[in-house]
Ligand binder design. Structure first.
Ligand code: HGY
Ligand code: MN
Ligand code: MN
Length: 421
């Protein structure tokens, strides 16, 4: 079966989607870069969603949205009552990110459907493209908000406690965007979908380094994140003598180094830990920091090893608190299990790679994705395409048009195969 993926159209659409963005920060973009900032339910996000609705309507897909803004673009199959095959990803982007993270899975999914339509293929099971709300943790501090709600992983009560920087709740923000149903009405039961497959850039260096065209993802690492708050005593930078200080930022710096040491101590390349945010109070050059809030992100494909790192970090916090006479509190935001991909889907992807004569290898995903939570309600797998220098979450994130089109063809073939099961 020839699958006429329209590579030019797909690239035009990816570039247009990238225009729905806040302006790049000073100096963020170098020539050839495309910095994208698109935070969930901001005007830019809502404009991008409206534009995608139009593309899906033009492709003859039916459209449904749920209580948290997850959007479902469905191509009805010949047996529409059977559990559908789903694909999809996200379009939200962290500040000054690139233009391919998530969007390749959304526009590539749409193009896979349009190419199958053009090839004359008729799906038995419906094929549904899902646009997930807020895969990035930027606004509410927790990733995969839409797929967590959809899979019943994040209930309305817990969600109600989350706040953005302006102290707005998820309900306030989603209601303002026009999504008013009770949050739990978005939950989909196991069996609603037969399979879920996500196309995504690798966000790492392996495929490019090995000269491979496709990554067949067999597992997704277990992410955990928390906030660490250190409270010491502030004071005048000149008059407060060193022996009596309880400098919260000096304490935080010891904890940050302990985070790095705890990840390295496992000796496993799959263990990673990052302190990506550091808020200092009062934040004045001549004032001893009295309070610091750190964000912690720890991941590993092995959940027990990840939890050991979390325990080591907690111990380091206690040791630093005692040594420096500060208080250190930790608020766990999420500590999720890893996901294992479905052998049936892996076989379908492998067959598609053979049919398309593309090179591939099985690999794990160290980044998390909505697939991690879709795994709670249906069999999943992911298709990776190479990205230049393994770079992502940066304006110089890049994947070639040929890679994107190849990944889309593999996705199309995989969806076609699964829709006939
Ligand atoms: O952080 C992640 O793994 C994803 O890119 N949000
Ligand atoms: Mn991302
Ligand atoms: Mn992503």
């Amino acid at each position: 079966m020839n699958i006429p993926v329209d590579q030019d159209r797909l690239l035009i659409e990816l570039k247009h989607l990238a225009t729905f963005s806040e302006p790049a920060a000073d100096g963020a973009e170098k020539p050839g870069d495309t910095a994208v900032t698109r935070i969930v339910f901001t005007d830019r996000d809502r404009e991008a969603r409206a534009w995608l609705h139009q593309l899906a309507t033009d492709a003859g897909l039916s459209i449904r949205t749920d209580a948290v803004g997850n959007t479902f673009f469905r191509w009805h199959g010949s047996e529409p009552d059977l559990p559908a095959i789903a694909t999809g990803s996200h379009i939200d982007a962290i500040p000054n990110a690139g233009m391919y993270d998530g969007t390749v899975g959304v526009l590539g999914g749409l193009e896979a459907i349009r190419a199958l339509q053009a090839s004359g293929f008729t799906p038995k099971r419906s094929i549904e493209l899902v646009l997930f709300t807020s895969e990035e943790p930027t606004r509410f501090g927790i990733g995969c908000l839409g797929s967590r709600v959809m899979s019943g992983t994040l209930g309305a009560e817990t969600a109600a406690k989350l706040r953005d920087k302006s102290d707005e709740t998820i309900d306030q923000v989603r209601n303002a965007a026009g999504f008013n149903e009770p949050l739990n009405s978005a939950i989909l039961p196991p069996g609603h979908y037969a399979h879920f497959v996500e196309l995504h850039i690798e966000q790492g260096p392996i495929l490019e380094r090995e000269g491979l065209e496709i990554g067949i993802v067999t597992a997704i690492a277990a992410p955990a994140s928390s906030n660490i708050t250190i409270v010491g005593a502030g004071g005048h930078a000149g008059a407060m003598l060193m022996p009596i200080r309880k400098d919260a930022l000096a304490a935080a710096s010891e904890i940050i180094l302990a985070v790095e040491a705890a990840a390295l101590a496992t000796g496993a390349i799959d263990t990673v830990a990052t302190v990506g945010m550091c808020d200092v109070f009062p934040g004045a050059v001549n004032s001893v920091p009295s309070r610091v809030r750190l964000s912690l992100d720890v991941r590993d494909i092995d959940e027990a090893r990840r939890d050991k790192v979390l325990a080591d970090i907690r111990q380091a916090c206690d040791d630093t608190a005692a040594k420096r006479h500060v208080t250190v509190t930790t608020e766990v935001l999420n500590a999720d299990a890893p996901a294992t991909c479905s052998p049936a889907i892996l076989d379908a992807i492998e067959t598609a790679c053979n049919e398309e004569k593309v090179t591939s290898q099985k690999m794990v995903s160290r980044a998390y994705h909505d697939s991690l939570f879709m795994a709670r309600i249906c069999p999943i797998a992911m298709i990776f395409i190479p990205c230049r220098n393994g770079v992502s979450h940066r304006p110089d994130e890049f994947s070639t048009p040929e890679s994107i089109a190849k990944g889309t063809r593999i996705l199309a073939r995989t969806l076609a195969t699964l829709s006939l099961t």
